[in-house]
Ligand binder design. Structure first.
Ligand SMILES: [Zn+2]
Ligand SMILES: [Zn+2]
Length: 366
């Protein structure tokens, strides 16, 4: 149905003040229309043609109940039966860091609809700290394992958002080797408990200077190669499912369809989360200027339909942007053949989260 819905859903050059207010009607903020022209695409919210679980979203940690309410309200609008809320990858030094305990009691009221992926504010912080100090001794390993198992007992569906390379933004610049002993240990814990690891890692095949457009400080002047270490992590425990977040959101220019393909071919335990940020399009963006999926991305997804999920990186409540991240990635999803859309939308999530959230997801939506 509506095979070219995307063509009508995107309108470049106008700023829409209330895109969601009236279906099919644009309300232009007259004064802003000129100044925002060229900067902001306008997209009327178009739900996905078939249901999809959002494997990667965030919430306002200062208003957890409001974040959950907003995510629940979005489910119908997006055709997203289940939303996974992740902790931001953070450090102990950053005063804003938080962990799954702040959201689990509320989230547990909505099994099959809201799932919590934890570790970003504690396990990730332990890894970044250990990488900085060089202390990955027995005491650190024990403490890390206990914390990971505590989070699982409390009800997290997986570990995330972890990071091995993350630029400065809402959280500080973060780096740790992807094959750091604590990442390897986490892979073993994840495999043992049948839960995945959701990893944010800017792609750096070789050491490079910081890409243009990024500031140093706070980011370092040079980035260290990380793909070989990532492959060692993937190979360390083939039963550990590792989701590489943000395919389609590339800040180094190296996260090409070709690199994704090579790693998918080499590592059956690797999964990719598709993200398309309409307000921060970078290199290797999966959609062209008309919003149409690019041929090389389509070919890759068609080659590995069992290995992709959608992870919009949407924040709830939705920021006051003219277009939301979920809208752009749904634009992509809606262009995929129905069978592939169903796999990427729901079936792969159920497989990846089989033991933790997969069963609840299935029960709530069938
Ligand atoms: Zn991320
Ligand atoms: Zn994220």
């Amino acid at each position: 149905m509506r095979p070219k819905a995307w063509m009508f859903a995107i309108h470049l050059g106008f700023f829409c003040a209330a895109a969601g207010a009236a279906l099919g009607a644009h309300v232009l903020a007259a004064g802003q229309a000129q100044s925002m022209a060229r900067k902001s695409p306008v997209m009327e919210p178009v739900p996905a043609l078939t249901p999809w679980a959002d494997a990667h979203a965030h919430f306002d940690e200062k208003d957890v109940a409001g974040g959950i309410r907003s995510a629940l309200a979005a489910r119908g609008r997006e055709n997203t039966p289940m939303i996974f809320l992740l902790m931001s990858p953070d450090t102990f030094d950053h005063p804003g860091h938080y962990e799954a305990e702040i959201i689990l009691p509320e989230a547990k009221k909505y099994p099959g609809k809201i799932a919590v992926v934890g570790g970003g504010g504690s396990l990730n912080a332990m890894i970044i700290q250990s990488a900085a100090t060089g202390d990955a001794g027995p005491a650190v390993l024990t403490k890390f394992k206990e914390r990971a198992e505590q989070l699982l007992r409390e009800g997290v569906a997986g570990f995330g958002e972890m990071t091995a390379e993350h630029f400065d933004g809402n959280t500080p610049y973060q780096h740790a080797p992807a094959d750091h002993p604590l990442f390897l240990l986490l892979a073993d814990i994840a495999a043992e408990h049948g839960v995945p690891i959701d990893l944010h890692m800017e792609a750096v095949p070789q050491d490079i200077p910081l890409p243009a457009g990024l500031k140093s400080p706070p980011n370092p002047p040079r980035l260290h190669a990380n793909i070989a270490a990532f492959e060692r992590l993937l190979a360390h425990n083939p039963r550990a499912k590792i989701i590489w977040a943000h395919a389609g959101f590339d800040n180094t220019g190296s996260r090409t369809p070709e690199l994704n393909r090579r790693l998918l071919a080499a590592h059956p335990n690797l999964y990719m989360e598709l993200k398309a940020d309409p307000l921060a399009k970078g290199p290797n963006y999966p959609l062209d200027a008309d919003g149409k999926i690019k041929a090389d991305w389509l070919a890759l997804i068609q080659e590995y339909p069992d290995r992709f999920v959608i992870g919009s990186d949407q924040h709830y409540p939705e920021p006051k942007d003219p277009v939301q991240r979920w809208q752009e990635v749904v634009l992509l999803l809606n262009q995929l053949p129905a069978g592939i859309r169903e796999k990427i939308g729901t079936r792969n999530i159920a497989h990846i989260y089989g033991k933790s959230a997969g069963a609840a997801f299935h029960a709530a939506n069938n």
